[in-house]
Every structure is written in structure tokens, then in C-alpha cells.
Design a binder for this molecule. Structure first.
Ligand SMILES: Cc1cc2nc3c(=O)[nH]c(=O)nc-3n(C[C@H](O)[C@H](O)[C@H](O)COP(=O)(O)OP(=O)(O)OC[C@H]3O[C@@H](n4cnc5c(N)ncnc54)[C@H](O)[C@@H]3O)c2cc1C
Length: 471
């Protein structure tokens, strides 16, 4: 898909920490449309001339103000900008949007240059492997167009692989770049022995729900509001966001271990489900929850509004891995997420849940009679509700992915047994091949991964230009 995950993601613009060293590359692509953010601190932290539009969502619901008040009452600091001087606190997130619409990488970076003579885009093309000449030099890629036509694309200089943290390692392994142990089993001739697919990292995501016995909004009123906005959007006003999204624009970051730390270890997303909003179950379907969990949520939503907090742990210690299990490029990979292989990652969630309990006990949430929802999870019934053991069990049952896969073609020196690419993002032991995507992160960024991936792309493109200019 043109634009990759940026064409379907939640569009939240967060850089992770720390980023001071690579700040010029964040600034380079950024077109921050909020003067309040762009001009603060003498304009030092944000770009305004880049291809990537970043802005606040124009939409705001009453729940957003209630949540902001709750954070304030609970002693959190309010931040106008999560991507500047302070990193711990709550506030409204900025999004990768242009007016009312998503600013995917395809729209932002490709559309403006689509008529350039040196750019050729082949749509519906699926790369099946790399094409080598007699030695370890990559000469191009093998691809299939629309699932039928086999083709080769030959390069004059080099191939840049940007197929994401799952498919980049897949293409590398299909082409003989990986561990001997895995490739031998499939009789794939080894070109370079590298730890491709190892070092998999993601942000685990755990939702927590509170029933609000005092309603905030009415589902049907919100629906009518959205229909009006949609009509207005179609006919004249392209600057109003038209989503009735459950995921709200208030975020918070904190360090659950050390309150005076500079950087957070958890991120809190927020969601609001008005009573009777039965389209909300899409959330459970997307995340593949067991039907008994969805049924339990449905029963609660029939009775009351529900506030959701989605806890995402930002600095996981656990590592997973991706394995190739077939030589057919269309077959799925085998993924061991490794989630909670390091028990410390579980305790981060317990601390975060306890902090969220304090938040939902704040005066404003008391006014809305917030009450924690006990979902029917048979596997956790043996534990006393609200004990640490119960929450351990809950976290294991309810955890899912924030969709930030990273690290499967790690950058690092040749001496690092886990490194796949060097500091110039060239694959070790192979000529004419670079990787530029979320696979190269040695450690997952401690925030959403779109902006950091764009930063890597900006830095990578500078490296390529520099390399050929120096020749
Ligand atoms: C549901 C969801 C929500 C998210 N929300 C956010 C968010 O709010 N904020 C944020 O910062 N991040 C978010 N992310 C993460 C962010 O989108 C990704 O980290 C980022 O897009 C990664 O970029 P990438 O270039 O590494 O990979 P991708 O965006 O996955 O791009 C890989 C591209 O390669 C193509 N491709 C793969 N294999 C082949 C092949 N064999 N042949 C040809 N083409 C191929 C794919 O079609 C795709 O276009 C979200 C991700 C998802 C999935």
C-alpha cells in the first residue's frame, strides 16, 4: 500500500526520547501548522517548511476536557507540546493531519514530487526477493505485479529496502540473509549470516475501562453531529475533522518508577464510548479479543458510558523474534512477540494501573461516578479482584500490540552479533543494499513510531546523497 502503515495508523505525532541528536531530521520533514507549537522556544524544536503536515485535531469532545481536568486534579503537569522541552505530563496530542484529512507519507512525500522524471512508482508490486550478481552485490529485486506478472527491477546504484519491520526481514531471509540455522532448514543458500528477525520489539498495550454512571454525551447526538460534519466537509469546509473516533486526542506520559525522571516509561491513550455505541466493538474485533471479553464489555456499555485508558509501556525489556517458515514469499512469517518474557515489563503495567486508579478517583471523575469495570475473564476469576495477582492475570489476558513493530534489522557495528545494518544503514557483508524503515531501530523509540521512522528516512536519504556526492 502506498504510504504503508501511515495510510491506516492513528496519526499521532510523537518523537519518543531522547531526540536532541537527531532533531534536525525531525525538523526537516515537519510542517507544523500550529503557531503556538512551532514558534515556542524561538522555533527551535519544530519545522514549518517540510512535507509532513502536523497539527492539533480541530475536534474536541466534552470527555476530553473532563479527562484534562482529572489529570490536573491528580497533580500531572499540563504540556502544550510533548515534543519540546518537557516530556512528562498530559495534554492534547498533535496529529499527522492536513486540515481534516490524514497526511500519509504517500500524500505528504510522494504526491508533491509525483511528476519528477527520476521517480517511477509501480503499484501493486510485491517484492519476492533480492536479485544478486555473482558475488554479494545486490543488483535489483524480483517482483510480482498484481500477483501474476513476474518482473525484475534492476538498479544502477543500490536497493533501499523499506518494507517495514516484518517484511524487510522477510525479504532479507528469502534472499539468503539471515541465520544459517533458519535458512538451512529451508534450503535457502546463505549470502550473509546475520541476526535478521531477532531483536523484535513492540509496545504492549493494555486497555482499562471505567463505567461512568453519570452520562457525559449522548451517542445519537454525537452521531448526528458527525453526519453534519461529514456533509459540511463534503460541500465546503475541509478543515473540520469528521471522525467520531473512540480514541481521544488527550494523551499523558509518566515515569511510573521515578517521578523525577526526565523521560516517561508509559504512555496513556484515552478513549470514550458513549452508552449504546455498539459500533465500539470494532476495537475488540481488530485486537482479536475473545468473544467473552467483547460480550462482557457489551453488557456494561448497554448500561452506561465507558471511559477507556489504553496503557502502553514505552521501554520494554522483552525481546521477540521473527522466523521464516517457508520459501513461499506469500506465506506468513512466524512471530514470537516475546511479550513479558522479562517479568519487569509486567510490573510496569501494575504501577500504571494503580496510577490510573488514582486518576479515576479524582473529584471530577467522582462527579461522573466513575467505577472500574470488572470484565468477565474466566481465567482470572480465581484471583481476588483488584489484587496485584488479579492485575497480572488481567494484563496477560488483555494485552495486545500498539502496532509499533521495530528492531528486526538492527543498526550496529559488525562486532555486535545482533546487528544487521551498519551506521550508514548498509547491510553488513552485502554490497548495494540499505534498509531504511522501522526495522533498524536498535531500541524501540519510547513513543509512537511514525515520526521516528520518518526521521530515519530523512537521515538515510542524506547518507545516500552524501555517499554518491563524495564519489
Ligand atoms: C493500526 C496502526 C496504528 C498506528 N498508529 C500510529 C500512530 O498513531 N502514530 C505513530 O507514530 N505510529 C503509529 N503506528 C506505527 C507507524 O505507522 C509505523 O511505525 C510506521 O509507519 C512504520 O513505517 P515503515 O516504513 O517501517 O513500515 P510500513 O509503514 O509498514 O511500510 C512498509 C511498506 O512496505 C510495503 N511492503 C511490504 N512488503 C512488501 C513487499 N514484499 N513488496 C512490496 N512492498 C512491500 C508495504 O505495503 C508498506 O507500504 C501505527 C501502526 C498501525 C499499523
Amino acid at each position: 500500500m502506498l504510504g504503508g502503515s501511515s495510510a491506516i495508523n492513528h496519526m499521532i505525532y510523537i518523537r519518543g526520547n531522547p531526540w536532541e541528536e537527531v532533531l534536525p531530521y525531525f525538523i526537516k520533514s515537519e510542517n507544523n501548522r500550529s503557531p503556538k507549537v512551532a514558534n515556542a522556544y524561538g522555533g527551535r524544536y519544530h519545522g514549518v517548511g517540510g512535507y509532513q503536515s502536523v497539527d492539533f485535531m480541530p475536534e474536541s469532545l466534552p470527555y476530553d476536557s473532563i479527562l484534562m481536568k482529572a489529570y490536573k486534579e491528580s497533580g500531572y503537569s499540563q504540556l502544550v507540546d510533548f515534543n519540546a522541552v518537557e516530556h512528562i505530563g498530559y495534554g492534547r496530542a498533535q496529529f499527522i493531519i492536513e486540515g481534516a484529512t490524514r497526511a500519509s507519507s504517500a500524500k505528504s512525500f510522494l504526491k508533491p514530487v509525483k511528476n519528477r522524471k527520476n521517480l517511477h512508482i509501480i503499484k501493486n508490486a510485491f517484492v519476492t526477493s533480492l536479485l544478486f550478481d555473482s558475488d554479494n552485490t545486490v543488483r535489483g529485486v524480483n517482483l510480482k505485479i498484481q500477483g501474476k506478472h513476474v518482473m525484475q527491477a534492476i538498479t544502477r546504484k543500490e536497493v533501499v529496502l523499506s518494507a517495514g519491520a516484518f517484511n524487510t526481514p522477510h525479504i532479507l531471509m528469502l534472499s539468503g540473509i539471515g541465520t544459517r540455522k533458519q535458512l538451512d532448514v529451508l534450503n535457502i543458500p546463505l549470502k550473509a549470516e546475520l541476526s535478521v528477525g531477532k531483536n523484535f520489539q513492540d509496545h504492549v498495550f493494555v486497555p482499562l475501562f471505567y463505567g461512568l454512571n453519570q452520562p457525559i454525551s449522548n451517542y445519537y447526538k454525537l452521531l448526528i453531529r458527525t453526519i453534519f460534519k461529514a456533509v459540511r466537509y463534503i460541500f465546503n469546509d475541509r478543515d473540520q475533522l469528521i471522525v467520531l473516533d473512540r480514541l481521544r486526542n488527550v494523551l499523558a506520559f509518566e515515569n511510573t518508577k521515578n517521578h523525577s525522571a526526565e523521560f516517561p516509561d508509559v504512555q496513556y491513550y484515552s478513549a470514550y464510548f458513549p452508552k449504546g455505541d455498539f459500533t465500539a466493538f470494532k476495537f475488540f474485533k481488530i485486537h482479536n479479543y475473545e468473544p467473552y471479553i467483547t460480550d462482557s464489555f457489551r453488557k456494561h456499555l448497554a448500561k452506561q458510558d465507558i471511559a477507556g485508558v489504553f496503557i502502553s509501556a514505552l521501554i520494554p525489556k522483552s525481546r521477540g523474534m521473527i522466523k521464516i517458515v517457508s520459501t513461499n514469499p506469500s506465506d506468513h512469517l512466524w512471530l514470537d512477540t516475546g511479550f513479558f518474557s522479562e517479568p519487569e515489563d509486567l510490573t510496569t503495567f501494575i504501577r500504571a494501573i494503580r496510577n490510573q486508579q488514582l486518576l479515576f478517583n479524582s473529584p471530577i471523575f467522582k462527579k461522573y461516578k466513575a467505577d472500574i469495570i470488572k470484565l468477565d475473564i474466566p481465567g482470572c476469576a480465581k484471583h481476588t479482584f483488584d489484587s496485584d495477582q488479579y492485575w497480572h492475570c488481567y494484563v496477560r489476558h488483555m494485552s495486545t500490540s500498539t502496532y509499533h513493530p521495530s528492531g528486526t534489522a538492527k543498526v550496529g557495528p559488525k562486532t555486535d552479533p545482533d546487528a544487521v545494518v551498519d551506521s550508514q544503514l548498509r547491510v553488513h557483508g552485502i554490497k548495494g543494499l540499505r534498509v531504511i524503515d522501522a526495522s533498524i531501530f536498535p531500541i524501540i523509540p519510547s513513543g509512537n513510531t511514525h515520526a521516528p521512522t520518518m526521521m530515519v528516512a530523512e537521515k538515510g536519504s542524506d547518507m545516500i546523497k552524501q555517499f554518491y556526492l563524495d564519489l
